[in-house]
Design a protein. Structure first.
Length: 439
């Protein structure tokens, strides 16, 4: 039975509400002393709190609300107000109240409001659970000591509004790092909006700044800045933002107000911006291709993601992570991987970093027929990746012949017979891959 706390200094009124809700199978406890009411709200696990705005005592309803939201941010609080306190009720909504009801209370409306508040609390709980699962999943990915120390340094600033610029080569995991920073901050229950800049895309500025923040139309009209309110906006490859887009972003950061085109009124937006780049923004700034002022504002704190070849300790964790993802995609058991196979992966240069590693791991799963991945499977997967890359580069057959022969020999040894029909057709996931379901 849902538990409801009512804080109101009129005992007769409290008794009336209690009896009425009991008929609807709701359990209500009330406190007529504001301080005891606050104490009960903080010490017990109530589903909903009904709180009168005007109370006799040292604490009024608004002050109790502020203290509750400091300690129990997710507890739905429904304010009760008289006609003369409507301004205070609206203030309460701005300070985190779930809703407000006017006296005399309409019981049916009260019931609906309580039910909605309980559903809201369940959704918040689910959101917390999903966040915890995401955090556990992130924790399974290997993080080198260098990055771990840098993260510890940045954790000091996770709850500030300060902007962060993440630098590093393509494919080093800059967006993943931005997500870790977001989910490690007080903004973790707010949205994480990711936007990858592209100077060639005509709709870049519309997607980012929108056309109408109050629009009920599709989300693209609101703009990603508006959608990121109370959360984090990640701007990938910020160097590719157009000159006009840079000017608009600069103006937004200075004023912290959002005013999309076709919208007359400015509105404050509470977001934190994390940007990333794989190029030298300072050099671009000297060439006049990137705003020096915007660079200064975005790089309040900087974080460099080393290339994968400089953080080899991350490879075992990343391989395990990518194997889990691909195995789930193809609905096959996740194979183990031998120490020799991992050492072979550590010996590679990984010029395309995590992007390349992920592709190789998928090829490993494609080629694997046993429960354990050995170094021969890794060698074959690396050859397949190299062949595919060379084919896309239109290299002549003479340059591909050596790898093709090596691959054929590997497959000959692992199969009693090799024909056009069974070449790459016997692995657990090959049929899925051939059907175009490559992750």
């Amino acid at each position: 039975m849902p538990g409801i706390l009512l804080i109101d200094d009129n005992e007769a009124y409290c008794e009336q509400i209690k009896k009425t809700l009991a008929l609807k199978d709701f359990s209500l406890h009330y406190e007529i002393d504001p301080e005891k009411g606050l104490e009960s709200a903080l010490e017990n696990n109530w589903d909903v709190v009904l709180l009168d705005i005007v109370l006799n005592g040292k604490l009024d309803g608004l002050e109790i609300l502020r203290r509750l939201k400091t300690k129990k941010q997710d507890l739905p609080v429904i304010m009760i107000s008289g006609t003369s306190t409507l301004d205070s009720a609206m203030q309460a909504i701005q300070e985190g109240a779930y809703d407000y009801l006017e006296k005399p209370i309409d019981i049916e409306r009260l019931m609906i409001c309580i039910q909605h508040a309980i559903e809201y609390k369940k959704l918040i709980f689910l959101n917390h659970h999903l966040h915890e699962e995401f955090t556990k999943r992130i924790a399974t990915i290997g993080i080198s000591e260098t990055i771990r120390k840098a993260l510890e340094r940045l954790s000091t600033f996770t709850d500030t509004m300060e902007r962060i610029l993440i630098t590093g080569e393509r494919g080093t995991g800059k967006e993943l790092m931005a997500r870790m920073l977001h989910f490690g901050s007080k903004r973790k229950y707010g949205p994480f909006i990711s936007f990858h800049c592209d100077i060639q895309a005509e709709d870049n500025e519309t997607l980012l700044f929108g056309t109408d923040c109050n629009s009920q139309e599709p989300a693209s009209r609101k703009g990603l800045i508006c959608q990121a309110d109370t959360g984090t906006l990640f701007l990938g490859e910020i160097s590719k933002l157009s000159v006009n887009g840079q000017k608009k972003l600069l103006k937004f950061i200075h004023k912290n107000f959002y005013m999309p085109p076709k919208f007359d009124d400015q509105r404050p937006v509470d977001i934190r911006i994390i940007a990333s780049t794989s190029v030298d923004l300072a050099a671009l700034s000297k060439e006049g291709k990137f705003s020096e002022e915007l660079l200064d504002l975005l790089s309040t704190f900087t974080f460099h993601m080393p290339p994968l070849r400089e953080r080899l300790d991350d490879i075992p964790g990343l391989v395990d992570h990518f194997l889990k993802m691909a195995s789930a995609q193809f609905n096959v058991p996740k194979p183990d991987i031998s120490e020799k196979a991992l050492n072979l992966l550590k010996e590679q240069k990984w010029e395309k970093n995590m992007t390349q590693l992920k592709s190789v791991v998928i090829h490993i799963l494609l080629l694997s027929k046993s429960r354990t991945i050995d170094e021969n499977i890794v060698k074959a997967a690396l050859t397949v990746y190299r062949l595919m890359h060379d084919l896309l580069a239109n290299k002549p057959f003479t340059e591909l012949e050596k790898d093709l022969k090596a691959l054929y020999l590997y497959y000959s040894k692992s199969h009693s017979t090799v024909s056009d029909d069974n070449f790459f057709s016997d692995s657990p996931v090959s049929s899925t891959m051939m059907n175009g379901k490559h992750p």
